[in-house]
Ligand binder design. Structure first.
Ligand SMILES: Nc1ncnc2c1ncn2[C@@H]1O[C@H](COP(=O)(O)OP(=O)(O)O)[C@@H](O)[C@H]1O
Ligand SMILES: [Mg+2]
Length: 387
């Protein structure tokens, strides 16, 4: 029995009032502290509501190229977009207010206030957004998977960000060195180049060790919860395991240095950096081989969600990190009825606020107790009914 069910989350948005925000009606939307489900046909404003929540919490849209002029309702006669919110953070109520004025003469003017007082900078609150394309993107390239891991680390370890920037700088210098020699035709054995290269590889091995250890450390922490959550959601005996794939795993600094040094000649002839943390990968193995490559769309979605939830599990236990609001946009399409029910059941156990958009039938939510969630029906940007 999970006691958190009867408690409100530490952080939640009570209500939001968008004004002239895309196709949304200018009225207050009251949210459930735990789970609000937005239901309605395609193109009626479900994602717009999530976008408004994201905007108020992050000061920006999650949509690409979302200028204020595009967000401003096409039906509005004043050039003003406004978002007002009321939220609860550790039992204290706050109000937040963001406004954009657009004019031909002055361009875009932004105003923000927190608890009724004007402030220059918007206060940001964490939001985790999952969209239908998120899992597709994640499985499409190793770069995306590295980015997923690195972003999680950057959010939890200030040193990681610094060291990662340093790594990128050294990598850049090393690449410049190779390029310069390409032009001049110098060999890597040229004493001056050789000593620069040794120095850069030495520096690289220091940051590579930190980056690899941090990534491995995170992946190790995710392994058990990932497997458990995937099993619960997917209800299948498909056993999968996360793994950080890297040449540098369990290597000490001088071994890492040797790995870099051994590649000098080949890197010189190929004019490319052939080893480094920029080539490592987060992979998912199953008994049937590489899950990363063979899984179906539905399996990939489940795996991606399981990964996100296992990361959330890790964050929720950390008192130094602020609990996020979770936004799940239209993720139900690849799931069959049972998996969708499993997912909703699973989400109930989370002590954070969640908002889900779906075109699915409300019958799918029947296993939920009425007090644990709210369904908001949307029609043409307007709330028509809520239960
Ligand atoms: N600036 C705007 N003014 C009015 N309507 C807009 C604006 N921007 C987008 N829309 C409308 O919003 C709708 C899309 O809403 P969206 O939230 O993405 O739908 P869904 O319910 O499928 O998630 C479209 O009908 C689009 O025309
Ligand atoms: Mg949508």
């Amino acid at each position: 029995m999970n006691l958190s069910l009867s408690l409100n989350p530490k952080f939640y948005l009570e209500k939001i009032r968008p004004t002239n925000f895309r196709n949304l009606d200018n009225s207050v939307i009251e949210l459930h502290p735990l789970l609000t489900i937005f239901k309605g046909p395609n193109g009626h404003g479900k994602t717009n509501i999530l976008e408004s929540v994201y905007f108020l919490m992050q000061g920006k849209s999650f949509r690409k190229n979302a200028e204020i002029s595009q967000i401003l309702s096409m039906n509005s006669d004043v050039a003003k977009v406004r978002l007002e919110g009321r939220f609860v953070d550790h039992e204290k109520v706050h109000t937040t207010h963001l406004e954009f004025l657009l004019s031909k003469e002055l361009g875009e003017k932004k105003r923000y206030s927190f608890d009724g007082k004007a402030e220059a900078q918007l206060r940001k609150f964490p939001v985790v957004l999952i969209q239908p394309q998120s899992s597709y993107i994640f499985f499409s390239a190793s770069e995306e998977r590295r980015h997923w891991v690195d972003e999680a680390l950057e959010n939890t370890d200030i040193n990681f960000r610094k060291i990662f920037r340093k790594f990128e700088k050294i990598k850049f210098y090393k690449y410049q060195l190779i390029k310069k020699s390409m032009v001049s035709g110098s060999s890597w054995k040229n004493p001056e180049i050789n000593s620069q290269l040794n120095f850069l590889n030495q520096e690289l091995s220091v940051v590579t060790k930190y980056i690899t250890d941090s990534r491995n450390d995170l992946v190790q922490k995710l392994i058990p919860s990932f497997a458990r959550i995937f099993g619960e959601l997917f209800a299948d005996n498909l056993q999968i395991k996360l793994e950080w794939q890297s040449l540098f795993n369990k290597k000490n600094q001088s071994e890492i240095f040797e790995i870099y040094q051994a590649k000098r000649e080949l890197e010189w002839s190929k004019k490319k950096l052939l080893v480094g943390p920029h080539l490592d990968d987060l992979i998912i193995q199953s008994k049937q081989g590489s899950f990363t490559q063979n899984a179906s769309m539905g399996q990939q979605k489940m795996a991606f969600l399981s990964l996100q939830f296992s990361l959330l599990d890790l964050f929720l236990g950390n008192p130094e990190l602020h609990d996020p609001i979770l936004l799940l946009d239209d993720i139900s399409s690849e799931f069959d009825g049972i998996r969708w029910k499993n997912l909703i059941e699973y989400l109930r156990s989370y002590p954070i606020q969640m908002m889900i958009t779906t075109a699915r039938d409300s019958a799918d939510f029947l296993p939920l107790k009425a007090s644990n969630f709210k369904i908001i029906y949307l029609n043409d940007g307007r709330v028509t009914n809520s239960t």
